[in-house]
Design a protein. Structure first.
Length: 181
């Protein structure tokens, strides 16, 4: 029964001659694969099968940045999580420049975080300094997006232990410790 309902819904949407863009959305209409028109909030007519319409919400979006384990300039290990927020300013520019905004923004932010940590000693690295450095470096206006915030959600300087190949001793940042069982 759901398949019949889905079929009729598909047919109705295929021949529908109007589109409604809500006040918190932006859209673009591509006619015959050539002409692009930006759509703000309101009702617009479309020609079935000749017009393709893409609508996106422009409200604040949040992306959780993956956990990173990085090494500082003085060879200390840091583990960090962060989040970033952005909103769409120009949907036409966004569709012409990026395929997957969340993935792109995550990779840009992770790259900036790693650059900052790699180029600084542990005593100069704080969550606030990382946030400020990433905010300065991020320039996403080229993509039709507005960068709202970048926050460090988890930050730790961790002590690392590495096992030597023979498994008989432990190494802690260059200090040899005997592994006694």
């Amino acid at each position: 029964m759901n398949q019949i309902k889905d079929f009729f819904e598909y047919i109705f949407n295929a021949i529908k001659i109007w589109i409604i863009v809500q006040p918190w959305e932006q859209g673009i209409r591509v006619r015959k694969g050539k002409k692009i028109k930006k759509l703000e909030g309101g009702m617009y007519f479309r020609i079935p099968y000749l017009d393709s319409v893409y609508i996106q919400e422009c409200r604040l979006r949040m992306v959780q940045v993956c956990l990173q384990t990085l090494t500082s300039k003085d060879l200390k290990t840091i583990t960090i999580n962060s989040a970033l927020g952005y909103s769409i300013v120009d949907i036409e520019k966004l569709y012409q420049t990026l395929y997957h905004p969340e993935g792109t923004l995550t990779n840009i932010a992770m790259s900036e975080v790693s650059d900052f940590i790699y180029n600084n000693n542990i005593d100069n690295i704080t969550p606030l300094k990382i946030e400020e450095a990433v905010l300065k470096k991020l320039n996403i206006s080229d993509y039709g997006l507005k960068f709202e915030y970048f926050k460090v959600t988890n930050f730790a300087s961790v002590r690392t232990f590495r096992i030597i190949q023979d498994g008989q001793s432990w190494v802690d940042n260059g200090l040899k410790l005997d592994n006694k069982k």
